[in-house]
Ligand binder design. Structure first.
Ligand code: NI
Ligand code: MN
Length: 227
C-alpha cells in the first residue's frame, strides 16, 4: 500500500492513501488552465485550509456529488452546511482527530480566511496528516512562521509549501521554512496561477538542493509524487 500525492494546480492536491481519496483545497474550475474538471474528481474526504475562493473552490459541488466528508475549521464547515454540504467534520487549530485514513491536525497559518460571500471564515490553517508512510504537511496560505520548527520536530516526510509571494511566503521565506521543517522532500505550490504570483520553481528547487538536506520535487500539473 502506498500514498500518492497529485498536484491539481494552485494549492489543490489529491492524496490517495490506501484506497482513500482525499482532496485538499479543490479550486479547479477557477484556474486559468485546470488539469481536470470538478465533475471528474473522486473524493472520500475534502480538506479546506481557509475560506478564500481559491481554496474553497469547487468544494460544495464536489462534496454534494461525491458525498465526501469535508474537514475544515468550525466556521467554514458551518458555512458549507448552509450551502447544502451534508457531511462535515469541524476541527480547529492545534486540534487533531483520528479519521479512518489517519490522524489530521490543523496547524497555524498566518493569513486571512474570509469566505467568498464575505462570511467570517475563522482562522486559516494548514494540515499535518499522519499517514502510514509518514507525515504529510500542507502549509496552506501562510507567511513564514517559527511554528514550523515545532511541526518539523514531529518529523515531516513531505512538505507542500507556497512559494508564490505577494499573498504567501515567497521563495526566500519558503527556503527558510524548509530549514525549519526539515522535510525529507518538499513540493512547491501556489505559484504561476496568475502573473501576480509568477515564480521559477526550478530555480527555487536548485536553492533547496544546495542549502538544505531536503529533496525538492517540482510537479507538473497532474503529476504525482509517492510519500
Ligand atoms: Ni488565501
Ligand atoms: Mn490562496
Amino acid at each position: 500500500m502506498a500514498t500518492r500525492v497529485t498536484w491539481l494546480g494552485h494549492a489543490a492536491f489529491q492524496v490517495e492513501t490506501n484506497g482513500t481519496k482525499i482532496l485538499i483545497d479543490p479550486f479547479l474550475s477557477g484556474q486559468p488552465s485546470p488539469p481536470c474538471k470538478p465533475d471528474e474528481v473522486e473524493a472520500n474526504f475534502i480538506l479546506v485550509s481557509h475560506g478564500h475562493a481559491d481554496h474553497v473552490g469547487d468544494t460544495v459541488e464536489i462534496a454534494k456529488r461525491t458525498g465526501a466528508t469535508v474537514i475544515a475549521n468550525f466556521e467554514i464547515v458551518n458555512w458549507l452546511q448552509q450551502q447544502g454540504v451534508q457531511k462535515v467534520h469541524p476541527q480547529h487549530i492545534g486540534g487533531a482527530y483520528r479519521h479512518p485514513f489517519g490522524k489530521v491536525k490543523l496547524t497555524i497559518a498566518h493569513h486571512g480566511s474570509g469566505l467568498p460571500d464575505g462570511s467570517y471564515g475563522g482562522n486559516p490553517a494548514g494540515f499535518l496528516l499522519y499517514l502510514p508512510e509518514g507525515n504529510l504537511y500542507f502549509a496552506g496560505d501562510t507567511a513564514l512562521t517559527l511554528d514550523m520548527q515545532l511541526i518539523g520536530e514531529e518529523g515531516v516526510k513531505l512538505a507542500l509549501l507556497p512559494i508564490g509571494d505577494n499573498f504567501t511566503m515567497g521563495p526566500d521565506d519558503a527556503l527558510r521554512a524548509v530549514k525549519l521543517l526539515k522535510p525529507a522532500r518538499v513540493v512547491p505550490m501556489h505559484y504561476n496561477t496568475w502573473p501576480l504570483i509568477a515564480q521559477d520553481p526550478h530555480a527555487w528547487a536548485d536553492r533547496v538542493r544546495k542549502e538544505t538536506s531536503a529533496e525538492p520535487v517540482v510537479l507538473e500539473l497532474g503529476q504525482s509524487v509517492d510519500l
